[in-house]
Write a new protein. Structure first.
Length: 587
């Protein structure tokens, strides 16, 4: 097939033929800021609960009032349009208050995961240029030694009880149920309590025109290579993606849904799928501050009956492997959306069976706010696929070398464009130019498209393992090992090998109470994979390294293996057997 023919096929958008009948092919988006979207929702659903934290509700009207006070206070201390405010917060009410308050002024929000170490926090502050930090007292010790050196002018510190009734704050202190910070916060000067800060801006008039194409969020990502860089996501990018997701699930009812907010807001997946989509849906969002805390998550499900659950594969694995899943009614969950990493097919099947709802796989990346593809909601999707492009989104698969579209069914790099795609990287024009070519964002993921327009992610371009001249895609091997009845989690990475260049190594976490040998795993794989794809080495672990959003980080495992080789100064442990050829399993 000639390049022109391949291009024509993508231009015809074959995926549109498989859209559910009530999903539009294109969308028109209101040209407004996120603050304007909040005010609009509050005008219609103001008394509805927007957020529920520790069983304490905050209505949309209250969000507008608190966020309005935040914007007034920020303006009074000198925050202006184009400035950056760093939110160092878990999923607590302080996050939406800070988010909407800063965006009202045309400032941008940048976030740092609460698990960040001092070096990382200092980097985020210096790179973003943030002069204001908002955090809570339980996290202050993490920033205490870095904020001043990074040029921060003010630190606003809240308590988890700030937006609770007075009696709850008093009882919490008396009973000791309110956790105490590791380090006392030295309030005074540049360090300001949240409650007093919110009251300090009374009388300020906000007269700022925020445009849809103004930057709303600086979202840090490792991208495909290099140090973390911030994707500039505009108000339009973020709202467009939220509208696209709601259009994709037309069965959701405005003002009637309850979202379980486990995904962190400091990650764009949680920001869009939980907070921004929840706003446009006028949904009640249950805030889970600690991420995967089994007792808290199952209690929230039991008490509040969420209907929508966005998550990552490790979340669904954890739910299914928790004993409480057999006793807590999960049938309220009608829609579960999975992204952030490939979803094992076996996990989808089991979750659908347990809940009676549907777990849909989607695909995205930080630079696209993040969602670009999703499985159709009406079950016409294809297992193992990330689905089809969302309304208004275009996608192609291009040759890794030439950048030209490849024929249907062939592997190449996935490229996308649409209203959700970022404006570029913050202060990094060269790296921006590296990922944009002729208006297309290069994702760094290897994919293929079938004749019906469904896309399948083969793997990350940078995770490709080449052994003895043969390509191995870690995801394919992981999918097979997930079928093993004793395997709970698995990650496959390429590790250095002096004969084959690299070999595949599987890191396996077994289900509770199960036992297996390395040979069991290799034998299972060898019956289901071509010889060169069978892991040459297996290591059992109690857990796998994960990002704050719960995504397994293969890179950490690969780096650990390289460090072992450097420290030992010896040939690879597998090299003796490797002389027999790259197909000989080593366990």
């Amino acid at each position: 097939m000639e390049t022109g023919e391949a291009t024509a096929i993508y231009d015809r958008k074959p995926w549109l033929a498989d859209y559910p009948p009530d999903v539009p092919h294109t969308l028109e988006y209101p040209k407004r800021s996120i603050w304007e979207a909040l005010v609009d929702v509050a005008s219609r659903y103001g008394t509805n609960t927007a957020f529920l934290f520790q069983n304490v509700p905050m209505t949309f009207n209250q969000v507008v009032r608190h966020a309005g006070a935040m914007s007034q206070a920020l303006q009074r201390v000198g925050v202006r349009k184009g400035d950056v405010v760093l939110a160092f917060l878990p999923n607590v009410p302080h996050f939406p208050v800070t988010y909407y308050g800063a965006l009202r002024l045309g400032a941008a929000i940048s976030s740092a995961p609460p698990t960040s170490v001092e070096r990382e926090i200092g980097y985020f502050l210096r790179d973003s240029g943030a002069r204001t930090i908002v955090t809570i007292d339980l996290l202050y010790d993490k920033i205490a030694n870095v904020w001043e050196d990074a040029g921060v002018e003010r630190v606003i510190v809240g308590e988890v009880t700030d937006f609770m009734p007075l009696w709850m704050r008093v009882v919490g202190r008396l009973t000791g149920k309110i956790p105490k910070p590791k380090q006392s916060v030295p309030f005074g000067g540049k360090i300001i309590p949240m409650r007093s800060f919110l009251g300090s801006g009374r009388g300020e008039k906000i007269d700022v025109r925020v445009e849809p194409d103004d930057v709303a969020v600086l979202q840090y990502t490792g991208g495909t290579t290099g140090t973390p860089k911030a994707a500039m996501l505009t108000h339009e990018n973020l709202l467009a993606n939220a509208h696209q997701m709601l259009a994709w699930f037309p069965q959701v009812k405005v003002g009637k849904e309850t979202i379980l907010g486990i995904l962190p807001f400091f990650h764009v997946y949680g920001l869009t799928l939980v907070m921004n989509a929840g706003l446009l849906l006028a949904a009640r969002t249950i805030l889970i501050a600690g991420g995967w805390v089994p007792s808290e998550v199952f209690e929230a499900i039991r008490r509040h009956h969420p209907t929508v659950l966005p998550g990552v594969p490790t979340l669904y694995v954890a739910i299914l492997n928790d004993e409480r899943s057999h006793h807590v009614e999960l049938s309220s969950i009608d829609i579960a959306v999975c992204g952030g990493a490939p979803l094992p097919i076996e996990i989808k099947r089991e979750f659908d069976r347990v809940t009676g709802g549907h777990l849909y796989e989607g695909y995205g990346l930080t630079e696209a706010s993040p969602v670009t593809h999703a499985q159709p909601w009406d079950e016409r999707g294809k297992l193992g696929s990330i689905g089809v492009p969302l309304p208004g989104t275009e996608a192609r698969v291009v040759d890794l070398e030439t950048g030209r579209p490849v024929p249907v069914g062939e592997d190449g790099e996935l490229v996308v464009r649409g209203p959700q795609v970022m404006a570029g990287y913050w202060h990094r024009p060269e790296e921006t130019a590296d990922v944009f070519h002729d208006g297309w964002l290069h994702t760094g993921d290897i994919a293929r498209m079938d004749a019906d327009g469904y896309f399948f992610i083969v793997d990350r371009k940078k995770d490709l393992i080449i052994t003895g001249g043969e390509n191995i895609y870690p995801r394919e091997v992981e999918e097979v090992l997930f079928e093993h009845p004793k395997v709970k989690e698995v990650a496959v990475v390429g590790i250095p090998h002096r004969f084959g260049g690299e070999i595949a190594k599987a890191f396996v976490v077994l289900k509770p109470g199960e036992t297996a040998t390395k040979r069991d795993i290799v034998h299972f794989a060898s019956e289901r994979l071509a010889k060169h794809k069978v892991p040459r080495a297996v290591e059992f672990r109690s857990e796998l390294p994960k990002s704050p959003s719960g995504k397994v980080i293969r890179r950490v495992l690969a780096e650990e293996e390289r460090a072992k080789k450097r420290e030992s100064g010896e040939p690879d442990a597998e090299s003796e057997s490797a002389e027999k050829g790259p197909q000989t399993p080593v366990v």
